[in-house]
Every structure is written in structure tokens, then in C-alpha cells.
Design a protein around this ligand. Sequence first.
Ligand SMILES: C[C@@](CO)(OP(=O)(O)O)[C@H](O)COP(=O)(O)OP(=O)(O)OC[C@H]1O[C@@H](n2ccc(N)nc2=O)[C@H](O)[C@@H]1O
Ligand SMILES: Nc1ncnc2c1ncn2[C@@H]1O[C@H](COP(=O)(O)OP(=O)(O)O)[C@@H](O)[C@H]1O
Length: 289
Amino acid sequence: MLLLPAPAKLNLFLTITGRRDDGYHNLQTLFQFVDYGDTLRFNLAPEGELKLTNALASCEITSSAISKVAPEQNLIIKAARLLQAHTGCGQGAHIELTKRLPMGGGLGGGSSDAATTLLALNQLWQLGLSIDELAILGLRLGADVPVFVRGAAAFAEGVGEQLTPVSPAEPWYVVLCPNVSVATADIFQDPELIRNSPVLTLSQWLSASWRNDCEPLVKKRHPEVAKLLSWLVEYAPSRMTGTGACIFASFDSQQTAEEVLAKAPQGMSGFVAKGCNQSPLISAIAQKK
Ligand SMILES: C[C@@](CO)(OP(=O)(O)O)[C@H](O)COP(=O)(O)OP(=O)(O)OC[C@H]1O[C@@H](n2ccc(N)nc2=O)[C@H](O)[C@@H]1O
Ligand SMILES: Nc1ncnc2c1ncn2[C@@H]1O[C@H](COP(=O)(O)OP(=O)(O)O)[C@@H](O)[C@H]1O
């Protein structure tokens, strides 16, 4: 049995620098992990059988939302099938997911679940694939999967697959999750999306002020996100992560972050978590070796 985390990521900044011929967008972003996320439990099963069950999570909204995703559409099953097809492995697995991360929140929960599945089954099925091979396979599942497979905070370019490890500060974050699910594809299809930001070098970025090019559009499409950002910015500079709708702000101490979260508008879900430049997934795997 293997019990592993699938942590959330934050995009500390995110700009879109152009559109490729295949419709995908080139971007520049800074990924950092947090010590909060989903949990997956893996058990060997006979004869290639893949079974996914949802454990009851503390958050009813997310556990009921994930149960509406058909198993074959779930990135966990897709990742497992991809590994079976790539290696010809005839083994199976029973996987139990405890879903805490809101879906379509820009926290990368689906991609993180997929990456955890790739690493876990590589170990459980003794496939011996390298991290490079798993990252390349992961990219077929989603642009964000490689960074979760590699597990190092990174400056990302291309569609998010060209990764340069970096070590930003690791503050405490307040992450707020408005009850809005944003489909990444919808944002990238919108003609109003800012998609002509200049390309900066990493060192230019480290002294620039950080922003998210998706934020103006998501604020316009979802006024509740705009309202929440103007509430959080009273406490600390605040931004949206990914294509939204979750927002975050950083604080020096866990206590201050908890105090701000406690004041959040009634009914708002959110959490306090620590920024991590090494993914909790990689730390957990290293501990088990
Ligand atoms: C932009 C980011 C930043 O982290 O947003 P979030 O999804 O995390 O909010 C991600 O890279 C998203 O990655 P991911 O969620 O894996 O996206 P994918 O499934 O690969 O793509 C969903 C759809 O979004 C569009 N898309 C995605 C990424 C990209 N660089 N350009 C695009 O145009 C494409 O239309 C694609 O069909
Ligand atoms: N295991 C999974 N967890 C979350 N979403 C999943 C999963 N498998 C498939 N999906 C699909 O991927 C979409 C994006 O989910 P998610 O990664 O949580 O959002 P985001 O990319 O905005 O962080 C969901 O709306 C859902 O349809």
C-alpha cells in the first residue's frame, strides 16, 4: 500500500506571451507548491484492473463534484492507463482519492492527482521509468503535470513544460476559493484575454512586479472574484492563481494567515498553507525509500 499527497500549486505570476499554431498559448509562470492538497491511497490489484473510489473528504463540495467525473475521464485513471499502455504492464491498482482541492480553481488538483498516480504506480508496479520519462508522459495528460512530476518550484515557459528550478521565499498563504469553477479552455478561447505580454528573463522577473494576465478577464466574467480580491488586498497584495478562480495572499506567519482566514466573508471556503519549493509528494516518496 502507498499513501501519497497530491499537493496544490500556486502560480505566483502568470503572463501569456503568444499563441502557438496549434492554439495553445505560450506563457511565463512561477510555480510553487503548498502543503495542502488531495491524498491518494494505492493498492495492487490483479489482472490490470483499475478501480477508483472517492473517500469522503472534509469538504463536501469537492467530494461531490469529483464523483460526477466519470472514472474514464478522471486524470487518475487516464494516468494509470497511459502507464499500462506505455509499458505493457499487466498489473492493476485500487486507488482511493480523498479530494480536498476545488476543481477548476487554478490549484492544479487534477494535474497533481495525475502526477502522484504516475509516480506511485511507477513504484508499485516496479516499472523503473525515470522522472524525465514520467514528465514527458505526464505532458500528454495536461500542461501542468510535468511540474508536479518533477516536484521542484520552477519558472515555466512554453506551455508550462520548460522548467527552470527556482527557490522563491516560502511564506504562509491564505488561499480563498470562491464558489466558481473556471474552465481553463474557456479563458484561453476568450478574445479579451491578454496574450501579448513581453517575454522577460528570469532575472528580470525576479525584480519585476508580479501579475496574472488571466485576472482582469476572470474578474470581468465573475464579479465575485473581483469582490473577493478587493477584500483580501486590504491585508496583503493578492492575486489569482492559474486561470482562477482561487486567489491567494502571502503572510510572514501562520498565525497572521489564520487570523485573516478567520475574517473571510461568511460561507467562503479557503485554507492556510505553507509555500514549499520541494513538493510534499517528493518529500513523502523520499521518506518511504
Ligand atoms: C494556465 C494554467 C497555469 O497553471 O492554468 P490552470 O489550469 O492551472 O488554471 C495551466 O498551465 C493549464 O494547464 P492544464 O489545466 O493542464 O491545461 P490543459 O488541460 O493542458 O489545457 C486545457 C485547454 O486550455 C488551453 N490552453 C492550456 C494551456 C496553455 N498553455 N494554452 C492553452 O491554450 C487549451 O485550449 C487546452 O485545450
Ligand atoms: N482527479 C481529478 N481532480 C480534479 N479534476 C479532474 C480530475 N480528473 C479530471 N478532472 C477534470 O479536470 C478539470 C480541471 O480540474 P483541476 O485540475 O482541479 O482544475 P485547475 O486546472 O483549474 O486547477 C475538472 O473540472 C475536471 O473536469
